[in-house]
Design a protein around this ligand. Structure first.
Ligand SMILES: [Ca+2]
Ligand SMILES: [Ca+2]
Length: 274
């Protein structure tokens, strides 16, 4: 009888040691929206002045880059995309939906970089750049910064240079350059006034005074607005618009007593803000 009881107790003890139960554990992790850190904008073409200044490039585009660290406490891989927008100071869009690149993800952070072009004729202004990051749940974060797009006063001759009068007889009056007009293009982002000066046309010790050269706004001097290229810079051509051009027509008169030689001089066109 005692032996039987012992056996039952032993089996019961063994069953207790092997027993296990389980239950599910669940937790739902809430999505946290990404946040965008301080924007950096490049290049800063004036490091001596606070803020970011960007200088236009004459007749060309300027690449501007902005980046910012995006943080998502669900892990950087939860950040699915980023994009950028550029605004003028009046709040209207210059460019929107610039696709950003996500690089260097680690832990909860990833870098977002956007690139965009500024044209040489974009107005000088304080531009705002924003970067928006979006995560897998379509939650977003945004931050912004600004840069100053600087003034650019720039001109180029786009036709008619060098000014060629060809072969002329002594005593010829007011002969027009054979390749007129001389076209000046505004290749910056400022409306311009033009001024003109010149040098004597020379060959060794011989010369034709620059006072014999005239620049005009049309191909006929009759009724023209014109200047004599002597006595320092004089204005001809005002309020040349951004992207605009100005056609000038050069004339020369050959004084009697001029030796039969090839004469060469210089015409200088300068531009100031209108
Ligand atoms: Ca998230
Ligand atoms: Ca600066």
């Amino acid at each position: 009888m005692n032996k039987y009881l012992f056996g039952v107790m032993f089996l019961t003890l063994m069953a207790t040691v092997a027993m296990a139960v389980d239950t599910n554990t669940t937790v739902t992790i809430n999505n946290a929206a990404p946040t965008v850190g301080t924007l950096s904008i490049y290049p800063d073409d004036d490091i001596g002045t606070a803020g970011v200044q960007v200088n236009p490039i004459q007749n060309s585009n300027k690449l501007v880059t902005a980046n910012a660290t995006v943080t998502d406490i669900n892990g950087y891989a939860d950040v699915s995309s980023c994009s950028g927008d550029v605004y003028w100071s009046n709040g209207t869009n210059k460019q929107t939906g610039i696709t950003g690149a996500l690089t260097g993800g680690s832990g909860n952070t990833v870098l977002c970089t956007i690139d965009f072009n500024m044209t040489y004729y974009d107005i000088y202004d304080n531009y705002t750049v924003n970067i928006t990051a979006t995560d897998a749940a379509a939650a977003t974060g945004m931050n912004y910064s600004t840069f100053e797009y600087q003034e650019l006063i720039a001109i180029a001759y786009t036709a008619g240079a060098p000014v060629t009068f060809g072969s002329l007889a002594v005593g010829t009056a007011n002969s027009t350059a054979t390749n007129a007009p001389l076209t000046v293009a505004d290749q910056g982002n400022v409306a311009l006034n033009l001024s003109w000066s010149g040098t004597d046309l020379v060959n060794a010790s011989y010369s034709i005074p620059v006072a014999n050269v005239i620049a005009a706004n049309q191909s006929s001097l009759s009724g023209a607005e014109y200047i004599v290229l002597a006595g320092g810079p004089q204005t001809l051509g005002t309020n040349i618009a951004v992207l605009g051009t100005y056609d000038s027509y050069d004339f020369i008169s050959i004084p009697t007593g001029t030796a039969p030689l090839l004469y060469t001089g210089t015409i200088v066109t300068a531009a100031i803000k209108a």
